[in-house]
Design a protein around this ligand. Structure first.
Ligand SMILES: NC(=O)c1ccc[n+]([C@@H]2O[C@H](COP(=O)([O-])OP(=O)(O)OC[C@H]3O[C@@H](n4cnc5c(N)ncnc54)[C@H](OP(=O)(O)O)[C@@H]3O)[C@@H](O)[C@H]2O)c1
Length: 330
């Protein structure tokens, strides 16, 4: 009896030929996210080379392992195959992504604001057959977009996505509940690498709204304007309200919700006082938790680190590996 049949496919990926071209990468930004991505790419030096790194402030002399640049055009002139965008929401980011798409360069981004605002960039990149991935833009390390895409590909109809999608506001709410002041809580979120220099998009709900817009794109092929999604601001909630809720067994959470309706979709970002044993009330610190419900009755709950260097850079690197597995560079 034959116990081990011969396989007609390899058990492990084929070894990369010594002469295989490496993917030339430009990093847009090198802060919390892309510093982690850079470390991961350094460990993939047989497949990837860093063509240039763009930052806002010039790097100190002596840091000359890479071409540190402040001019996007100079970075694009290095001939990259891929740009990895971890810039804040700014005109430079939008300009750089538009230029990448125009030049047929693959894009991987963590920048949910720009990706949500410019659905045309993804459409153009895909039409041209180029990579355009942004796993890290929603959920940090939690595979929200991937789960929605997989459900859709398997014929499921997503009817509702609801959850805590912004790790920064959750982290800040957790500190406010402990009696820490607003400014101190925001400073702590920035020091931990969760909040950006300007944390207003996180706290005003715009960041969660942009994530809902990206989920709507994955689930329903539509691109709502994040600014049109109604959102409550954490700045309108007093510490007294938060502490009062706590005394009554309730916890405020920023809850983002997307629902398929007969007319299209409804979406909102609300600050809701939930009973403390509610699944979303139990989300701590920078964690995210998301429930994806389908018409068939299937419901999937995802939990994990929604912000921070390791989970976010990990998602970006998984997009890089997927691109390499697809055969880039061509
Ligand atoms: N942090 C997270 O946990 C997380 C999670 C998911 C998604 N994201 C998204 O990832 C992106 C990056 O976040 P981050 O936390 O890594 O930000 P960050 O730590 O503030 O780093 C931003 C980087 O961008 C550079 N930069 C800023 N403005 C620039 C400009 N006008 N031109 C050129 N370079 C510029 C900065 O340069 P300098 O170094 O010179 O200051 C810095 O290297 C954001 O879009 C954010 O929403 C972050």
């Amino acid at each position: 009896m034959t116990l081990v049949a011969a396989l007609d496919y390899p058990l492990s990926p084929a070894p990369v030929a010594a002469h295989a071209p490496r993917l030339r990468v430009v990093l847009l930004g090198c802060g919390t996210v892309n510093a982690g991505v850079l470390a991961g790419l350094e460990a993939m030096a047989d497949r990837v080379e860093i063509a240039a790194i763009i930052t806002r402030k010039p790097r100190r002399k002596g840091d000359d392992r890479y071409a540190w640049l402040t001019d996007i055009h100079a970075a694009f002139d290095t001939g990259p195959d891929l740009v990895i965008d971890a810039l804040p929401d700014c005109a430079t980011a939008e300009k750089a992504l538009a230029l990448a798409v125009e030049r047929g360069i693959h894009v991987i981004s963590a920048n949910k604001a720009v990706i949500a605002r410019r659905p045309d960039l993804e459409a153009r990149a895909r039409k041209a057959g180029n990579g355009f991935a942004y796993s890290a833009a929603v959920g940090g390390g939690v595979p929200v977009l991937e789960t929605v895409a997989r459900l859709k590909a398997s014929g499921e109809r997503v009817t509702r996505v609801r959850g805590v999608l912004n790790g920064t506001s959750n982290f800040v709410l957790g500190l406010l509940e402990k009696g820490v002041g607003f400014d101190e809580a925001i400073t702590a979120a920035q020091a931990a690498g969760f909040a950006e220099e300007d944390p207003s998009a996180d706290l005003d709900g715009l960041d969660a709204a942009a994530k809902l817009a990206l989920i709507a794109r994955a689930a329903f092929d539509i691109a709502p304007d994040p600014h049109a999604i109604e959102a409550d601001s954490l700045f309108d909630l007093s510490v007294g309200q938060i502490l009062g809720a706590r005394e009554n067994g309730l916890r405020y959470r920023q809850v983002a919700e997307l629902v398929a309706t007969e007319d299209g979709i409804s979406a909102s970002v609300r600050l809701i006082a939930l009973p403390e044993d509610h699944a979303l009330a139990r989300v701590e610190n920078e964690e995210n938790a998301v429930e994806v419900s389908c018409a068939s009755g299937i419901s999937i709950i995802l939990n994990g680190k929604g912000a921070g260097q390791a989970p976010t850079a990990g998602s970006v690197l998984s997009d890089v590996r997927a691109l390499l597995a697809d055969g880039a560079p061509r």
